[in-house]
Design a protein around this ligand. Structure first.
Ligand code: PLP
Length: 387
C-alpha cells in the first residue's frame, strides 16, 4: 500500500540526499556522471528518452537543477556555465530595447555588463538606490520597464532590498523581478515566495561551496512564465551550458549546503560583533547587526541567519586596509566568496572607478574555520597595519 500523503521534506533533507535518487542499475546512493553527448534514436525515428544531444540534454545537469528547484521552492531550474551566463541570459531574453532597473550596489561585473555591454544590444539599464522604494517607483516605467533586478544582500555593502515591496512595484508596472540571491542562499531567503519571478545564483559560491566549480543557476516560480522558454532556448542554442562533471561536483557540494551556510552565518555574526568593538575598525557592514540600515528588512525576509558575508571599514584608511589584508595568514587574499575557506579582499581594487565601494573597505567571506582563529588572525593584522 502506498502512503497517500508522502512526507513533505525540508530543504536540508532534500539537499543532503540530492533528492534521494537511487541509480537504478547498481542501486548506488550517489548518482553517476552522465558524460554522453549523444543518445540512440528509436527505430521509428523518435527520441522517447527525452535525451537527444548533450547541449540541451544532460541527466547529471538535470538532477542538479532538480535539487536547486526544490531548494528554492521553484517550478523549474536551469544551470549555466557561470553566474554571469545565467544573469545575462535573463537580460538577453527580454525584448530588444527593453528598459531595466538595477541596483547601484550590486555585483560589479554584472553592473558593468548591464551598463556597458547590454547597451550595445539596445538595452537601457538604469541604476537606482534599490533600498529607496520611492526611487524604485520613479524609475520603473509601466510598459517600458521589463525587468527589475535585485541583489539581496548587495555586494559589497550588504545593503538589503525589500524584495516583497519592490516585487509589488514591479508587478503593478508589468515588469518582471529577478533576484540575485547568491549571498543569501536558499537557506536564508526564498525570493520566489516573496514575489520574485526568477532567482539567480552564482553557484560558484555557496551552492557548490568549495571554490572548485564555476556555475550559475536560475530558478523560476512558474515554468509557464513567458521569459522562461526564451531563456531555455537561448541557453540551448547559444551554448552557455554547464558540463556534467561540474554538475556532479555541484550536486556533491549542495549535500552540505545547509550545514555549511549555517556555520558560516554563525561565525560571521560573531565576527561582526567582535570587530564592531575593534579599535582599528571604523564600521562593520553586516545585515545581522542591529546598527545596519537594512537590519529590520533583513530580519523580516531572511530566516535562520544573515549569511556569511560581511565587510569592515578600516579606521586608518585605504593603505591600512591593504596592509592588513597583506598580513593575514589564515584568511586567504582572494576574490570570490562562499567557499569553506575564508577569503579577504580589498574590494575597491577589484571594482575600479565608478564603484560605490569605499576605499577603506575589506570584504570578508567567512568559511568553515574556527571563528576564534579567524578573529585572532585579522585582529593581529589590523593592529599591525594601523599602528
Ligand atoms: C560571483 C557572483 C556573480 C557572478 O558569478 P560567476 O559564477 O562568477 O559568473 C554574480 N553575482 C554575485 C552576487 C556573485 O557573487
Amino acid at each position: 500500500m502506498t502512503d497517500p500523503s508522502p512526507l513533505k521534506l525540508k530543504p536540508r533533507t532534500l539537499a543532503a540526499q540530492a533528492l534521494g535518487v537511487i541509480e537504478p542499475t547498481t542501486k548506488g546512493i550517489v548518482p553517476p556522471v552522465h558524460a554522453a553527448t549523444t543518445f540512440l534514436r528509436d527505430p521509428d525515428n523518435q527520441y522517447r528518452s527525452g535525451y537527444g544531444y548533450g547541449r540541451p540534454d544532460n541527466a547529471t545537469v538535470r538532477q542538479a537543477e532538480a535539487v536547486i528547484a526544490a531548494l528554492e521552492g521553484a517550478d523549474e531550474a536551469m544551470l549555466f556555465g557561470s553566474g554571469m551566463a545565467a544573469a545575462t541570459a535573463v537580460v538577453l531574453a527580454l525584448d530588444p530595447g527593453a528598459h531595466i532597473v538595477a541596483p547601484r550596489v550590486m555585483y560589479w561585473a554584472l553592473r558593468h555588463w548591464l551598463t556597458v555591454d547590454a547597451a550595445r544590444f539596445g538595452y537601457r539599464a538604469e541604476l537606482v538606490d534599490m533600498t529607496d522604494l520611492d526611487a524604485v517607483e520613479k524609475a520603473v516605467r509601466p510598459g517600458a520597464t521589463q525587468l527589475v533586478w535585485i541583489e539581496a544582500p548587495g555586494n559589497p555593502l550588504w545593503t538589503v532590498t525589500d524584495i516583497a515591496a519592490v516585487a509589488e512595484i514591479a508587478r503593478r508596472a508589468g515588469a518582471w523581478v529577478a533576484v540575485d540571491s547568491t549571498a543569501a542562499t536558499p537557506v536564508f531567503t526564498q525570493p520566489l515566495a516573496l514575489g520574485a519571478d526568477i532567482v539567480m545564483h552564482s553557484a560558484t559560491k555557496y551552492l557548490n561551496g568549495h571554490s572548485d566549480v564555476l556555475a550559475g543557476a536560475l530558478a523560476v516560480r512558474d515554468r509557464g512564465h513567458p521569459l522562461w522558454a526564451r531563456i531555455g532556448a537561448w541557453r540551448a542554442r547559444q551554448g552557455a551550458v554547464l558540463g556534467p562533471f561540474e554538475a556532479w561536483l555541484l550536486l556533491r557540494g549542495m549535500r552540505t549546503l545547509d550545514l555549511r551556510v549555517r556555520a558560516a552565518a554563525q561565525s560571521a555574526a560573531l565576527l561582526a560583533q567582535r570587530f564592531s568593538q575593534h579599535p582599528a575598525v571604523a564600521q562593520v557592514l553586516y545585515p545581522g547587526l542591529p546598527s545596519h540600515p537594512g537590519h529590520a528588512i533583513a530580519a523580516r525576509q531572511m530566516s535562520g541567519g544573515f549569511g556569511g558575508m560581511l565587510s569592515i571599514r578600516v579606521a586608518a584608511g585605504e593603505a591600512a586596509a591593504i596592509a592588513a589584508a597583506a598580513r593575514v595568514t589564515v584568511w586567504k587574499r582572494a576574490t570570490s566568496l562562499g567557499g569553506v575557506e575564508s577569503l579577504i579582499e580589498h574590494r575597491a581594487s577589484v571594482e575600479g572607478p565608478g564603484s560605490p565601494c569605499p576605499p577603506d573597505l575589506l570584504r570578508l567571506s567567512v568559511g568553515a574555520e574556527d571563528p576564534d582563529d579567524l578573529y585572532a588572525d585579522l585582529d593581529r593584522a589590523l593592529r599591525a597595519a594601523s599602528a
